[in-house]
Design a protein around this ligand. Sequence first.
Ligand SMILES: [Zn+2]
Length: 593
Amino acid sequence: MSVEEMRWDLSQLVESTDPDSIKRKLESMVAEAGDVREKYYGEIGGLDAEALLELLELNDSMTLKYGGVTLYCRLLYSANALDDIAKQLNDASRTAVMKRDQTLAFVDIDMGKLLDSKPSLVEDPILAEYRHYLEKILRSMPYMLSDTEEQLILAKDKNGVYAWQQLQNDWLSTRTYEIEVDGEVKTMPYGEILGLYQSPDRDLRMRANQIVYEELGKDEIVWASAVRSICADHLQVCEIRGYPSQMTQSLIANDIDQETVDSLMNTIVKNRGLYQRYLRLKARLMDLEKLANYDIVAPLPQAPEMKYTWRESRDEVVSAYSEFDRQLGGWAEEMFEKRHIDGEVRKGKRSGAFCSSWLAGKSAYMLQSFNGIVGNVRTQAHELGHAVHAYLGSRAQKPSNYRIGSCIAECGSYFGELLLNERLLNKATTKEERQAFLATLLDGFGMSAFQVSARVFFEQSMYDAIGEGRFLDGETVAGLWTAARDMIYGDAVEWLEVMKWEWTMKVHYYMPNRRFYNYPYVFAKLFVFALYRLYKEQGEAFVPKLKSLLAAGSSKSPWELGKELGFDIRTEEFWEKGMRQAEAFIDMLEETL
Ligand SMILES: [Zn+2]
């Protein structure tokens, strides 16, 4: 196998990879946005359905025309941040995108005003293909402020919440921690010591957690100041905008309603005993009385070491998709064949993994650092799920209808992970392998569905506390966090005292406009488990249903997508279906004992 095979070919994204030609293309993108502004500024309020359609189609054609070049610049940089040309082009692209967005910012605002004054346009048959896109714009209109006020909000965030985010990020990434590993004292930055949480050495895991959270707790004054200000800021913005609840902004962004979130969270609370049952089972598998917090996602001690070559991984993942559906398998294969995947481990390459849609190419590009461990195979299945989502969505939808919210964005990827899991389980020859696959799957489920839910309740409890006039100092916030956490975990886990500072490191709490970022993860995990349950019940008949769900992109709300599958996601009954699938996996794991 050549190394070439593990490197992506980005040249397909552009007519020429010559940096000057790339820059010229970026310049014409900005110029074209200027032309649109020239033509439409001050005019949108008077558009009829046909003229509005023309504007929407123009917008989409620009997305298709320039999506490749901006993606090229971004991917080039993520593949090698040390390369001068990559740095230059990435910077040029970001600047150009910013200019374009500023130039065109009036379009959405004026379109919102137009729809607000003529709501019948949303229903106009001429605009049928854009209907849900327009509905979403209309939904946020009642909470929009005047142009000047909107500008002020942006300015306030830039030097307010965003400054807290920057501080949290800088602070966390510049801390170092001293820890003894194999008899040697090492100094590690935060990003590195995190890796020890997954170590097979239990004592090392315990010490890594203890050291990190003890240090974070020492800065409680900083973290509490930040969180307190950000929450208070949000409450104020809710009041100014007239949001009925602290969750409204997030509900609009995720295209769902309060009833759905309430049913979802109620289902979590009702089933926490199920999760606790898994945690006790895992303790037995690890030969422990009870799990400590640093065991929750730790590997099982008896997990066999499994290694995969690039080719073997490709075979497993492509087969997993093909066994479900030949077309999806074919697309997964095409991602390898056309070299849209970067798997090589290199210096200067971005860590982690991601998949970006390439709408004009009706395809995608994905990046990971492939070391041959089973986790990498799982990541490959996950990211290729995003890829097949893009293959389906870009064929069926206009770009405006492929802006998928967080609740649905992980459908293809989580489902792909389950398909791979099924394949690996079927092939497993030993009890230990089966246990390892199932435990990894359930660890992931537990984190996304239950641990993240604790964060939802925690966040709500902070707003409630402020509402009751309580002052959020470090100990108070820590108390709210442990209360939410213990409500989910019960007595199934023993926590280090310093884990009360766990909330300090979660970046989302410090980001502008990311209040209640959390429940979409819970939604996505449970939604996909429910879909998988349906697949197990219906077999092949389910395949086209999943494909049409993915192909719908953002042209329908998650509620409508559920309805087409015969469900009402506003009911707990639907979410229970996902829980029954989780229970089935827990039963399978228990049977291995
Ligand atoms: Zn993903």
